[in-house]
Ligand binder design. Structure first.
Ligand SMILES: NC(=O)c1ccc[n+]([C@@H]2O[C@H](COP(=O)([O-])OP(=O)(O)OC[C@H]3O[C@@H](n4cnc5c(N)ncnc54)[C@H](O)[C@@H]3O)[C@@H](O)[C@H]2O)c1
Length: 457
């Protein structure tokens, strides 16, 4: 493999670390970010804003074209901020030309980690990106993997590819894992003020990764190895998955015994210690909570270990769209219409409130189940998702809701509780509202047409 050495003079072994540390400290280090999505672009923006030259690399020509024109495509980021960094300050640029990584001192890898149709990990994007990073790897570069993955990925999959260049990890080049915690849509906890964990392959790798993260992140937490950092990220997401599953299961029980689960959670939340509220819903979605636990259960099988909590949580959470289907069909059965002729309106298609992310959305799953049941009249309204593909059928979101449009549907389902929804208006005009998010809590007492998940009425 040819190793390109452009831009900076070669350094000897000791100088690799010292030189990089100095460039991090005096902020002359050039930052590369591979994968400019929900994780990569906000990170690149933070570095560019801190005044460091930042080069984003992506395989998507569309994203690179958009950014190069100063156009932002991530909902949480301010358009003006991105435009200024690209056009006026000129600290942020985007390219599909991987050779530009040779200019970078630090390279973050923020590519997707999906699963296969059988729900096994697919780390091919990490491997692909690493191979491309290796093609220009030079002395004094630090590579930080941020994609969520199973323990061992950094040292067993990424490192061997980089070692293949002949450079020595910890001496000539540096490698660390530092998982992302960004919560899209969260206005309080952002890239900057959310602590991050980092694990380096060697002490030098760790020190450098802590130093560079510290430029844009207020609190950097070092751990002993990349595997600890990989595992702690999975623990965070499995913790959420398991607790959401618990409350989803209890919601179904509450439906049978006529107790309001939402009130139960609210009451339990008054305990000042030892309890953290989680809420039921139509299922889990997004790129993290649904997928990440499978990364660990797959890895566990390799050592003859069964992760029962993960499997059980997945079973409960993934059954929720089916449970919502049964709620919808029960309400249709009470009306003088055949199932296939019923008109259904889904409110919210994004996987969670106030975001434009459709990945693994439970609302989409509910729509698919409706199609599977032969229901032809399915409409939806989501100000963030203009259109969706449901089992090969393209559905367009309504531009707005009118009283007549709401009233013509046999059932209206609140699948995502976007703040933009006028809940009182919706409930006023709907025949029946199935609320899977407790969005109707403020109007419930005044309306009789609301069926709340986990209330048992
Ligand atoms: N989205 C989140 O809220 C979140 C939070 C924490 C962690 N993560 C993790 O971060 C990683 C990235 O997630 P994301 O949400 O930013 O994904 P994303 O799909 O929004 O962005 C990934 C970007 O990588 C690009 N890409 C794909 N393959 C590539 C390749 N081989 N080389 C270069 N670029 C490539 C894509 O074009 C895209 O722009 C995942 O591992 C995810 O689990 C995501």
């Amino acid at each position: 493999m040819t190793t390109r050495r452009r831009g900076r003079p070669r350094t000897n072994l000791a100088k690799s670390e010292v030189g990089l540390k100095t460039r991090i400290e005096d902020r002359s280090a050039i930052i590369g970010v591979v994968g400019l999505g929900y994780v990569g672009l906000p990170l690149a923006v933070e570095f560019a804003e801190a005044g460091l030259q930042t080069i984003g690399v992506d395989i998507s020509e569309e994203k690179v074209r958009s950014l190069s024109a100063g156009k932002n495509y991530i909902q949480d980021l301010d358009n003006t901020r991105v435009r200024e960094l690209v056009r006026s300050k000129k600290t942020l640029s985007a390219t599909t030309d991987w050779s530009r990584l040779a200019e970078c001192d630090v390279i973050y890898i923020c590519v997707p980690t999906p699963f296969t149709p059988n729900k096994d990990p697919d780390i091919s994007h990490i491997e692909d990106a690493t191979k491309r990073v290796a093609a220009t790897l030079r002395k004094g570069q630090l590579v930080i993997l941020k994609s969520t993955t199973f323990p061992g990925t950094t040292e067993k999959y990424v490192k061997p590819i980089l070692d293949g260049t002949g450079l020595i990890c910890g001496k000539e080049y540096f490698l660390a894992f530092s998982p992302e915690r960004i919560d899209p849509g969260n206005q309080v906890w952002t890239t900057k003020n959310t602590p991050v964990v980092v694990g380096g392959v060697t002490k030098a790798c760790l020190d450098l990764a802590v130093a560079v993260n510290g430029i844009v992140i207020a609190n950097v937490v070092p751990v002993s190895t990349p595997a600890v950092a990989e595992m702690e990220k999975l623990l965070e997401n499995i913790f959420r998955s398991v607790n959401i599953a618990l409350v989803n299961e209890l919601a179904q029980l509450c439906d049978r015994i006529g107790v309001n689960i939402w009130e139960v959670v609210q009451a339990a939340s008054t305990k000042p210690f030892g309890f953290m509220p989680f809420y039921p819903g139509p299922g889990i979605g997004g790129h993290c909570i649904l997928i990440d636990p499978y990364y660990l259960s797959w890895m566990a099988r390799e050592v003859d270990f069964v992760t029962n909590f993960i499997t059980l949580a997945a079973e409960v959470n993934e059954s929720m769209p089916f449970y919502v289907r049964s709620m919808i069909e029960r309400e249709i059965a009470k009306q003088p219409v055949r199932l296939k002729d019923a008109r259904i309106l889904l409110l919210g298609m994004a996987f969670k409130k106030d975001v434009d992310d459709l990945r693994h959305s439970p609302a989409l799953k509910v729509a698919e189940l409706m199609v599977d049941d032969g229901i032809e009249n399915i409409s939806y309204y989501d100000p963030y998702i203009p259109h969706v593909d449901v089992r090969g059928r393209r559905l367009e979101s309504r531009k707005s809701l009118t009283p007549g449009f709401i009233a013509r549907h046999h059932v209206v389902v609140i699948t995502t509780d976007h703040s933009a929804f006028d809940i009182d208006f919706i409930c006023k005009h709907a025949r029946v509202v199935i609320d899977t998010r407790n969005a109707t809590r403020n109007v419930k007492n005044t309306r009789k047409n609301i069926v709340l998940l986990g209330e048992g009425k």
